[in-house]
Design a protein around this ligand. Sequence first.
Ligand code: NAD
Ligand code: GLY
Length: 360
Amino acid sequence: MTSSLQEVPVRAGDGYTVTIGPGLLDHCGELLIRSIALCRAAVITDSHVAPRYLDTVAQSLTRAGFTVSSFVFPAGESQKNLTTLSDALEFLAGQELTRSDCVVALGGGVVGDLCGFAAGCYLRGIRFVQLPTTLLAAVDSSVGGKTAVDLQAGKNLAGLFLQPSAVVCDTDCLKTLPPAELADGMAEAIKTAVLSGEALFSSLENGPLTGNPTETICRCIRHKAAVVEEDPFDNGVRRTLNLGHTAGHAIERCSNYTIHHGHAVAAGLAIIARASEALGLTEEPCADRICSALRRSGLPAGTEFSPAQLAQAALMDKKRRGGSIALVIPKKIGNCEMMTVPVEELESIFQAGWEDTACR
Ligand code: NAD
Ligand code: GLY
């Protein structure tokens, strides 16, 4: 196995390890057996990932002694719904998986979120592992145990918390990612860097990842792991990970989910960074640096949807509590704070940071 792999422990749930490095899918069986006794492994993936990586994963699991089955659903956010969840659950039942077996999520955030939910409700909960294949899943969604599907009323409205038993991130998968999907991951990485501090931010501000991405992914995961360990159920500090997401989710909603999550988060991050500065909430100006970093990674720093449209769409946000909503305010790179505002003020806050740029 490659000697360049890195490991990040996460002390949440039963505790697990995130293993990151090139060529790891070919070794996922031997890596997973460190945390999971041999069992039936149901691999769930999507139609873009399956032709590229399913055989490699199935062969590695089989070599290690797992009994492997697989379920493939059509790729795309529109498939992260109750119908696909139901199909996945019927598949697990059809394979007669028991409580000692496990689900293997092979794919991006859509696959990971859906598989985690399926594992969490099948037989009232069986184990699952994450094999992230997008940058977004590698730096964010594969760690922390948030699982969900979208409802017609909105995104991620049904879900549960279930920490994975292991995460194996093969950085070679990023080589087959289309540029727009790579950019999506950069948005969550830049968001993490704004929260984390100069060391990570300065390594990302000059554009897309080049060379070996292992170190960058590790740094993002270390930040997320520390936050999740302190607040696994999203009642406090974990909510800072929603930086850029209030406007971001509103943009996704206004576009009827045709704009990717990462692109929407990038625009949302730019809007809140500019608004914080314009409203005198920052300690050090950082909006220009954040917007430049986003643009250099091929991401939007604005949106065509108006502040009024965004404010209206944000009323459906999960982060809303009655008549108020918590925003994450970048004070400077490495220091962001929660600020609760009445929902009536959202439009003027968005207006303060708004820029008319196509968000695609
Ligand atoms: P995705 O899973 O839809 O993947 C993007 C596209 O890339 C898909 O078409 C997929 O088939 C394809 N793909 C995946 N890996 C590939 C590879 N290696 N080579 C070529 N194509 C590949 O989207 P995403 O951006 O990974 O994730 C977005 C989802 O993650 C959203 O639903 C969002 O809500 C969720 N999310 C969850 C969390 C969390 O903490 N659970 C955090 C952030 C985002
Ligand atoms: N992606 C935000 C969280 O995991 O809390």
